[in-house]
Design a protein around this ligand. Structure first.
Ligand code: CA
Length: 314
């Protein structure tokens, strides 16, 4: 009889251990990304809302939702200035707040989406808890300077520049299915260094005051600013976009970059990292999840950021 009691107590111990070691962490994982405020993802990369015909943020909204977040994917114009895109985003944020009853949102923007969310945070801070910039074009994109013919610091011959233009057009056609060149030219104008510096002067919140410096983690508007970025171009031999990103990255003259944005240009607020082994498409888990096999998954980086916001009560 005492033996069976001992066995029962052992079984009870095992059950208790199982409960503590498996079920409780699983429960914690289940709300790992459960932020207080909804998350709004904002596309960039010169404005396309999809890449090779699939979602721009590949498998990212789904995984954030699985951890308990309410996630919305904004659709803003491809062809407009940061301010126009920002106003479009602000209207969508108003709709999201009305639909959810939430008081604020957590914005996450990639590429041109970085300045776009900064605009909304600056002009409508009462609607924004945080702004996370992913490879944001916060201090210009040299490729935009070159293709707009306003670069005065990149010593390249006209034939090299023409070649770069072709590589860039090929890249855009490859990911977008073609027909977007007009949009690209319009978007490029707002991504030149001069134009982003003008924008930073008007909307300085979270920005470093010098190139590659550190900005305030919390702006005077009460919004928390974060950023991360990759610093590689060739990351996966199976990804057909990698050679294009490597080709156009020559405009950085050796400076660390992800193919289209330098690590230094991406910096905003609390810099989580600016040197992931990711290129400009890896950062949004493209193409179709092809990325450096020894680097943290881009999806995990988004999940970690949602968890960071959750732990900050945002
Ligand atoms: Ca890739």
């Amino acid at each position: 009889m005492f033996g069976s009691i001992r066995i029962s107590s052992r079984i009870a111990s095992v059950l208790l251990f199982t409960l503590i070691s498996v079920i409780i962490p699983l429960k914690a994982m289940a709300n790992y990304t459960q932020t207080q405020h909804p998350i709004v993802l904002v596309h960039g990369l010169f404005g396309f809302d999809s890449i090779v015909g699939v979602d721009y943020f590949y498998r990212i909204p789904e995984e954030l939702r699985r951890g308990g977040a309410r996630v919305y994917v904004a659709q803003v114009s491809a062809a407009n200035s940061t301010e126009v895109r920002g106003e479009q985003l602000a209207r969508q944020v108003e709709d999201i707040l009305a639909a959810t009853g939430a008081s604020k949102v957590n914005l996450m923007g990639h590429s041109h989406g970085g300045p776009t969310i900064r605009y909304v945070a600056a002009v409508y801070p009462h609607m924004v808890a945080s702004a996370s910039s992913v490879a944001g074009v916060n201090w210009g994109a040299p490729m935009a300077d070159v293709l707009q013919g306003v670069s005065d610091h990149i010593p390249l011959s006209s034939s090299v520049i023409a070649g770069l233009g072709n590589s860039f057009a090929g890249f855009i056609n490859l990911i977008s299915g073609g027909g977007q060149q007009q949009n690209v030219n319009a978007a490029l104008r707002s991504l030149t260094t001069a134009e982003t510096l003008r924008f930073n002067n008007d909307y300085p919140e979270g920005m470093p005051t010098s190139y590659c410096g550190n900005g305030a983690a919390v702006g005077p508007n009460g919004v928390r600013y974060y950023s991360w970025s990759g610093g590689r171009t060739l990351t996966n031999v199976l990804d057909v976009t990698d050679p294009f990103l490597a080709a156009v990255s020559v405009v950085f003259l050796g400076e660390k970059n992800d193919g289209l944005v330098s690590s230094c240009s991406s910096r905003l607020g609390h810099v989580i990292r600016d040197d992931y082994r990711m290129n400009h498409l890896d950062e949004v888990n493209h193409v179709l999840g092809l990325r450096h096999i020894f680097e943290t998954s881009p999806v995990t980086v988004f999940r970690q950021q949602a968890n960071r916001l959750r732990n900050a009560g945002l």
